[in-house]
Write a protein that binds this ligand. Structure first.
Ligand code: CTP
Length: 410
């Protein structure tokens, strides 16, 4: 996949540095040549020896090393690669990059390079959320630095939130995307990277919808948006021009695609309709089936609670896309979130909504699907049912893309 590609991996300080060892291994398995710069802080977490053994190359650390400079100057080091990957990218290194500082080998290489840079931030959640970090990141993105992650989850420091470095497989996917997009890599004469959905357009709905009752209360479904966001990112990585229509979600907008933010089902439908025509539509949103007929302009007081809440049905976005006439996507795919009789109910849903495929998943509380990392899917088509093994939501996204590519003759 990466045969002939050269990656300069910069490992800065952070507990996530151990994942970078795995990243090196996976890059090498796929044919990339990897050269490493290890910062002083990074060397507190992984050793030069481990990186050197995995890269089968020397590891660079010193800016003013006479031997290193004689063999390969720091400018050449930064230009010799097709792509610079900073993983983990600490808050400190991101700050240095934003300021254009060059007081060690890593920051100097990042300032001197003429190649694309992909950063995988990793830090404590408060450091991540700090306006200084967010401002640095915004500036770097504006200058064209690509990013992947961070993810949400438990942190080594005991806190919870965004700040966990993206997993090696996610970074690999982002590297593939960056190499495909970078003119330096494209002109490098290497084999064309695998983007089977190039030339196609895709639309994905994700997350819950919030249906307001008053300014502070709403009806919603349990949904993190993880599966839908992962599918949108995977479609984009495979080359599809992708629009993600997302309900309220804690997840960051995936790289490499257009994200439209909506709150209600009606807004989601409108955003989907304006995004047509597309060839591929995947409805992964947990749309609230009903909305309140009345929407109080002021917060309803506890003592003045209504005796009942009158509800009305929301539009069914999957069904609407399936009967969009001339604008119907070639492949309309939905999910069926069920807590019992999963396959039978999903087959009924396929027929009722008029879509082409349904990915049926068990969302009974014991399954851990909602908010969790994993999903167990049955792919339901008119021709039959294909059970998939339990896998991560990222793996589900990748497998779905492969099925889509195969079906569309890619
Ligand atoms: N869906 C949609 N718009 C809605 C409701 C659901 O687009 N208003 C889509 C979902 O994104 C999913 C599929 O329809 O792809 C099935 O969602 P699910 O909640 O399982 O089904 P419901 O239509 O709500 O049916 P039921 O309540 O009978 O299970």
């Amino acid at each position: 996949m990466f045969t002939g590609k050269r990656v300069l991996l910069i490992v800065s300080g952070g507990i996530a540095a151990y994942k970078s060892l795995d990243l090196v291994r996976r890059l090498r398995e796929r044919g990339a040549a990897v050269r490493c710069i290890l910062t002083k802080a990074g060397a507190e977490f992984v050793t030069p020896l481990s990186l050197s053994a995995l890269t089968e190359d020397k590891v660079y650390g010193e800016l003013f090393s006479l031997t290193d400079e004689a063999e390969m100057g720091h400018i050449q080091l930064s230009r010799d690669a097709d792509l610079l990957v900073v993983a983990p990218a600490s808050a400190d290194l991101l700050a240095k990059m934003a300021q254009g500082r060059a007081d060690d080998l890593a920051s100097t290489a990042l300032l001197a390079t003429d190649k694309a840079v992909l950063a995988a931030p990793a830090m404590n959640v408060r450091m991540w959320e700090h306006p200084a970090t967010q401002a640095n990141l915004a500036l770097l993105k504006e200058r064209g630095v690509l990013t992947v992650g961070p993810n949400e989850g438990d942190m080594a420091c005991g806190e919870y939130g965004f700040g966990r470095m993206a997993e090696p497989m996610e970074i690999l996917a982002a590297i593939e995307e960056a190499l495909a997009a970078s003119p330096a890599a494209a002109s490098g004469g290497g084999p064309s990277l695998n983007r089977p959905l190039a030339g196609l357009r895709a639309l994905v709905t994700s997350g819950p919808t919030h249906e307001p009752i008053d300014p502070v209360r709403y009806i919603a479904n349990r949904s993190s948006g993880r599966q839908g966001h992962a599918i949108a990112a995977a479609l984009a990585r495979q080359g599809a021009e992708t629009t993600l229509v997302s309900g309220p979600s804690q997840l960051p907008d995936p790289a490499g695609l257009k994200t439209l933010h909506v709150e209600t089902a009606e807004e989601m439908l409108a955003a989907c309709q304006t995004s047509l025509p597309v060839e591929i539509a995947v409805c992964a949103a947990a749309v609230a089936d009903w909305r309140s007929v009345a929407r109080a302009q002021q917060k309803m007081k506890k003592n003045g609670a209504p005796a009942s809440l009158e509800l009305t049905a929301n539009p069914d976005i999957l069904a609407e896309l399936s009967k969009a006439g001339d604008l119907r996507p070639s492949l309309v795919i939905g999910f069926a979130a069920e807590t019992e009789n999963v396959v039978a109910q999903a087959q009924e849903k396929l027929a009722r909504k008029g879509c082409d495929w349904i990915l049926a998943n068990d969302v009974a509380p014991a399954s851990g699907t909602f908010g969790g990392e994993n999903n167990q899917i049955n792919l339901i088509r008119a021709e039959g049912v294909e059970p998939w093994p339990q896998m991560t939501k990222l793996a589900v996204a990748e497998r779905l893309c492969r099925e889509i590519a195969a079906t569309l003759g890619r």
